[in-house]
Design a protein around this ligand. Sequence first.
Ligand SMILES: [Zn+2]
Length: 497
Amino acid sequence: MNWAKGHEKCKSCGTTEHKHKARGLCASCYDAATEKRQKSHVTRRMGSHLPIHITKEDLEQKYNSGLSLNDIARQYNCTRQYIYKLMAQYKIARRTMSEARSLALQQGKISYSSNVLSPGKTITHEKRHVNESFFKSWTPAMAWVLGAIYTDGCLTASLRPRGQSKSAKLGKLRLREQVVLANHGDVTAQFYLAAMYKHGVQALKWYILAAEGGDELAVVARDELSRKMTPDQIADARQRAREWAPQEKQADTVFRRFKIDQKEPELLEKVRAQIGSNALIRFRGKRGVAGALHTLSIDNATVCADLRQLGVTPRKSLTITFPPMPPHLVRHFIRGCWDGDGSVYWEGNDIYIVHASYVSGSKDFIEQLMRHLVDLGLPDRTIYKSTRSKNPSYYFRYSGLPCIKLYHVLYDGVDESMYLARKHDRFKAFVGYYERQGSQAQHRPRPVSYRPRPVSSVRSVKGRLQEIRASKAALINELKSYAHSKSPQSGMSEEED
Ligand SMILES: [Zn+2]
């Protein structure tokens, strides 16, 4: 086994006995390198007097102009530590760590290069931003993004609003904080705890709770783990999950991050563009039972507070209700939901048998959704309860002609930047085909007639029918190859969440 990822031994002293600290260096070499970096610019003899006296005014002016302690130290040919000491003596207020970090990011100072992670490249960190007023007023784009967040998004809480702990600053939560959050009912934290326990009754208990909270990965993990456990253990874990009750939330719980998970990055890229952010979309490959996922996460307390106001809850799937909104934006919101949890598919790849279905863990939400669809002119449909998994889910579907109406309701006059192309294209393939047929049918001579017709006329009807058959076959072929290229694992009818 390697000493560290990408390194056989310490780059500097060649040891493997001491632990790796960073950048291929052991702890003592790393500290020595840091010391050197901070002092190497000093050319005068150590201990000699400074050539220039540093006044309070000079120091204050330079510091407030945006120079760091290190920058100033370089100018005065002294160490950063000396400047730090002077600042304290002169009682000049220093920036907080987060202010200093933001400033350094703006100045492009924070960069790294790694032969392991990014060979041959230097990566400069950027200041991440987001349009903080995006969720403050209703627009079609905002309604669409909100729909996507309602179905596939998730709010993450932080217990420390001012982020005193180092781990909180890094956006990570300590185990203790995860435990507190899990006990408050935070699904992400529950999943994290379960994954940490990995095996046994405790792991299963937290997977059960996270799954009940609507975490889709937890459902898979729970079923997977159950298969490896004895019936007694499973019963024990179920019992503990039943006895568990969420603790009262502390007053200072603040939501600072929301994230959206998707199997494909397209929706995330479009959402990111809409909310005016440059946040990274991270990819995590398949790991154990958890599938590969793309994740967009936005760290911004203002945006999270707005989302909370708009009804996004941390335990989302089971508790969400349809938010009130201006009537003309409902269709945009529904399109966002459909891009998240809806699907459109052909049965056996036959263009004639198209279905559009919607699944939700919340009965309340799906009932309200149906009511809104009826208001928008769609026919009423029965909502079915699926009991395939322990948590019931609810679904309905439209087949055939109502899908055309649904297509127009969801997509008419909507820019590509506000929908998931894959679902739109599938709808459109059916609608386009049907409507082409419909317009031809109006001009087509009726094939059945009581009067005997001249031979030429019969031939032309036959020719037209052949033409239609050929175009149908061509379209189906096109769709088959389309469906195949989009999802190599299923050649037959497909449906996704
Ligand atoms: Zn070393």
